[in-house]
Design a protein around this ligand. Sequence first.
Ligand SMILES: [Mg+2]
Length: 259
Amino acid sequence: MGFRLFIFDLDGVIYRGEEAMPYAAETVHRLRQQGKMVRFLTNNSALTREAYVRRLTGMGIPCEEEDFMTSAYATALYLQSQGASAKRVFIVGEEGIHEELRRIGMQVVTDPEEEGADYVVAGIDRDFTYDKLRRAHYAIQHGALFIATNRDATYPAAGGRIVPGGGAIVAAIQTCTGVEPLVIGKPNTYSMELLLRRCGVSADEAVLVGDRLDTDVLVGKRAGLHTVLVLTGVTDAEALRSAPAEMLPERVIHNLAEL
Ligand SMILES: [Mg+2]
């Protein structure tokens, strides 16, 4: 294929939990040898970019922080662009969000009622509690802007399991507040466009390889990239048959060796 840039989703494409997907390392290596740029674009806000570097390196895919665009990092870049760097934020999320927002200088508050909050940023939180929900609700009811890193309903875990994603947490906050969040991750094109700009590549020279129709394929098509769906993640052939036209990929593959 004559593309200059290959953008891979992570969960369900490069790995499932701690299990690397078959051919992931070989395929990335082969593309790089062919002179292609390889980047990783994930909606998963749980990990820091540094942790993603460690995970992929451990799977035989050498990489550096600059190779990753996560929804947490994109959220930090968005907030920075809005002049929010010194503002107060209540986070419902994990280390990835905490680290990226600390790095841009945001003041992370734990009790919005005591400390006040200008923003609530939510993503996957595997220690989600009613108390966190109550605090997020209070902050948003008192004027904090509600931002979601992503709305993925589920993601693929090790052993073939599908588990709840950040979208389920975001939905809980939306339900009690009645406020719709600004969503930064895929299928919003924001993180994708940041990545293209950094690589200096136009959309039609790039291909997105993902496992979700409503995030990966949709964002690829919205941003004008070529799209490949790999059936190693959350989408099976059955789901593909009933997909709306706007979410149909150009190409479907069963594993990364077919790229
Ligand atoms: Mg995925």
